[in-house]
Design a protein around this ligand. Structure first.
Ligand code: AMP
Length: 450
């Protein structure tokens, strides 16, 4: 069964002409390129991604986080309910996955069941929370569950530097506790992770805010809505349409006129209830006590609807243009209920691997080259190839990275290849060495032979 991916409107608005796609495919004989907005991770970078994930497992593991793997596609409904229908991510950026069988049904004018409407995950939190609820990972009264994930996310955004349609995230979710220590601990851990992968501390800025809760946010939302109505003539059409579903989205608008209007908008931090204010204050005090520098940004609302109370974002100060957020997250105390679970407070963050790579490059940090060869066995002539083959194998069995030439190159070319692979030593094997039961070893760094 094959899957077809279509970028669709939320819910069921399929806008996909499969017949013309098939015709195009038959007529296209050009070399096929990776799809727009995707990027191959070639060996050096793939090795760095593997190391990045190992560092995450190490740092987050010290805080008790354990790995979880969830599917890359989920029921579309999960994202609609969890992330929010009016968000950009859900309303226009989701890739919907349709099995060949269901595509045929739709093209024949039929419908597919709600549970067969699937979307590629645009972020990791909704899937992890769904898994926590489904497997009852936080039974009533239990200690919080701490989970981490790493993998690809999919958003049909207009590609640009630092913005891809498939990108990799590493993230954590902690469910089952609402105390501010959980928030502070996660933020401290996030900043430690960036340092562990080599992003210089001075090149980053940590923004924090509180989004309030069910008790204080509705009144704040009304204040912002009234403010948007007052300034309607200066706002873009998107802000005006979204004002009715989620007026706070206007804080995220990139239109400079809207941004100017929003500078004067009421600030959530002036409208928090006593509990939210105390929670926010406690998070800030814990960060200060841990020596973590932050900037309070009362306009930080983040792009997803599920956040309550603490939100935070880490930006790179220079070199990444408008796509400067390398990670962010917050508390989502109502999300488990939204997806059908019992009330379970939660907090999480996600960080973008590709943007971290850009941040490292902007800071001039050199990438470690993956070691591809420690011992290269060179053959003086073809008569010793079988023994050379066994010798390379013996090196590998002894735990070394061993390589040889497979294409009958001259000895000189074999040395060039060994050099290109970064070999530490070349073991030269010829009929004379074989007869004497020895090999000549050249150290490629010092050029000494023994
Ligand atoms: P978000 O889920 O939007 O909070 O994203 C968390 C992090 O993922 C961001 O801070 C970015 O580092 C990264 N990210 C989000 N969207 C993209 C994208 N389209 N391309 C590359 N990285 C992204």
């Amino acid at each position: 069964m094959s899957f077809v991916f279509a970028q669709v409107q939320a819910k069921d608005g399929l806008r996909y002409n499969s017949a013309s796609w098939l015709d195009e495919r038959r007529m296209t004989y050009m070399a096929i390129q990776a799809p727009e907005g995707t990027k191959d991770l070639l060996p050096d970078e793939a090795a760095f991604w593997a190391q990045f994930k190992r560092t995450a497992a190490e740092v987050f593991g010290r805080y008790g986080y354990a790995p979880i793997e969830t599917p890359v596609f989920e029921q579309t409904e999960l994202f609609v309910r969890g992330i929010g229908e009016a968000t950009d991510v859900v309303s226009k950026e989701m890739f919907t996955a349709i099995s060949g069988e269901n595509l045929k049904k739709l093209l024949d004018g039929g419908t597919v069941k709600a549970k067969s409407r699937l979307s590629l995950r645009p972020e990791g939190t909704a899937g992890v929370v769904r898994a926590v609820v489904q497997h009852d990972l936080v039974p009533q009264g239990a200690a919080p569950v701490k989970l981490m994930y790493a993998g690809p996310m999919f958003r049909a955004e207009r590609p640009q530097k630092g913005r891809q349609r498939q990108f990799n995230q590493v993230g954590i979710e902690c469910l089952g506790a609402e105390e501010p220590t959980v928030d502070a601990e996660a933020i401290i851990m996030l900043m430690q992770f960036y340092e562990a992968v080599g992003i210089p501390h001075a090149s980053m800025r940590l923004l924090v805010n509180s989004m309030g809760c069910d008790r204080c946010r509705p009144a704040y939302r009304e204040k912002v809505l009234a403010y948007l109505h007052e300034h309607a003539e200066a706002l873009c059409d998107t802000c005006l349409t979204r004002a009715e579903t989620n007026p706070l989205r206007a804080f995220d608008c990139k239109n400079p006129d809207c941004a100017q209007v929003m500078e004067g908008a009421p600030k959530i931090t002036d409208c928090l209830c006593d509990e939210c204010r105390a929670h926010y204050q406690a998070v800030k005090e814990l960060l200060e006590a841990a020596g973590v520098t932050y900037v309070e940004d009362p306009t930080l609302v983040r792009g997803l609807d599920y956040y309550t109370r603490t939100v935070f974002e880490v930006q790179v100060v220079d070199g990444l243009g408008s796509q400067n957020a390398i990670g962010g997250g917050g508390r989502y105390d109502k999300l488990a209920e939204e997806v059908g679970g019992r009330p379970t407070p939660g907090l999480g963050f996600a960080l973008g691997y590709e943007r971290c790579v850009l941040a490292l490059q902007a800071a001039g940090v050199e990438f470690p080259q993956a070691t591809r060869c420690e011992v290269f066995v060179a053959c003086v002539d073809d008569s010793v190839r079988a023994e050379a083959f066994s010798l390379v194998q013996a090196c590998r069995d002894a735990g070394l990275i061993g390589e040889m030439d497979h294409q009958h190159r001259s000895l000189k070319s074999q040395f060039k290849l060994a050099d290109k692979l970064g070999a530490v030593v070349v073991a030269v094997l010829g009929p004379d060495e074989l007869a004497a039961g020895q090999v000549k070893v050249r150290n490629m760094r010092t050029h000494q032979e023994s």
